[in-house]
Design a protein around this ligand. Structure first.
Ligand code: DC
Length: 218
């Protein structure tokens, strides 16, 4: 069973993915992590994010354990990590270098402890279009930039990060623009994706809507 969940930042993909992977005992691959790992590695080593060749070298050498190690860094999930990921993810060569790592996960999905899983929930931007075009169920989850910025701002506050709503909104809009305008794998729903706008929905409403879609595929 392969489920793909694509959409812009802070639309609710992570919460939905975590719920579905737990409920149906599926592995979870947050594909934004591969780009965050490459972007953060560049920031930490003082490389210019505009240096596409340097980003490519890091992408070519990226391994799962390395990505997990970087994921505990405080800037992995911060604005810095998000912006860096968005920049490097726009490089077609970087995307190509990270493609097999993402695709191959579906061939042998595993839980975080290494145990095999019967399927996977992918979370990202192009998982239904490029990574797993044959997925059993494709969801495209979205919400207005203002609502998403509000959610992300609250998350940052809870983590003790200092920022303002205005800055989070501006960054969100900049990232949406970059993610949807890039020529290579732009953010867009797969033709056979179910589109869900979560702007006016509670998480319970969203999960109640999605559950029968998954059950129908089991
Ligand atoms: O989902 P996220 O915020 O962790 O993603 C970080 C960046 O990575 C985002 O700006 C777009 C990019 N990304 C991508 O291009 N393709 C994916 N499948 C996942 C993320």
């Amino acid at each position: 069973m392969i489920i793909t969940i694509d959409g812009p930042a802070a639309a609710g993909k992570g919460t939905i993915s975590a719920y579905l992977s737990q409920k149906y005992h599926l592995a979870y691959f947050d594909t934004g992590m591969v780009y965050r790992a490459v972007g953060l590695q560049m920031v930490l080593t003082g490389l210019n994010l505009q240096n596409q060749n340097a980003a490519l070298k890091i992408a070519q050498n990226l391994t799962f354990p390395q990505m997990m190690e970087l994921s505990v860094h405080p800037d992995f999930r911060s604005d810095i990590g998000g912006q860096a990921a968005s920049i490097v993810s726009a490089y077609p060569t970087v995307r190509a270098a990270l493609l097999n790592m993402q695709k191959n996960f579906a061939l042998k999905p595993t839980f975080a402890d290494g145990q095999p899983a019967k399927g996977v929930v992918y979370d990202g931007r192009d998982t239904g279009t490029i990574i797993c075009p044959n997925a059993d169920l494709k969801l495209f989850v979205t919400a207005s930039p203002q609502i998403r910025a509000e959610r992300r701002y609250k998350e940052f506050l809870q983590k003790g990060m200092i920022t303002s709503y205005e800055k989070v909104l501006a960054d969100m809009i900049a990232r949406d623009e970059r993610d949807s305008k890039r020529t290579n794998a732009p953010l867009k729903p797969a033709e056979d994706a179910v589109i869900i706008d979560t702007s006016d929905l509670s998480i319970d409403d969203v999960l109640a809507y999605i559950t029968p879609l998954v059950e129908a595929k089991l």
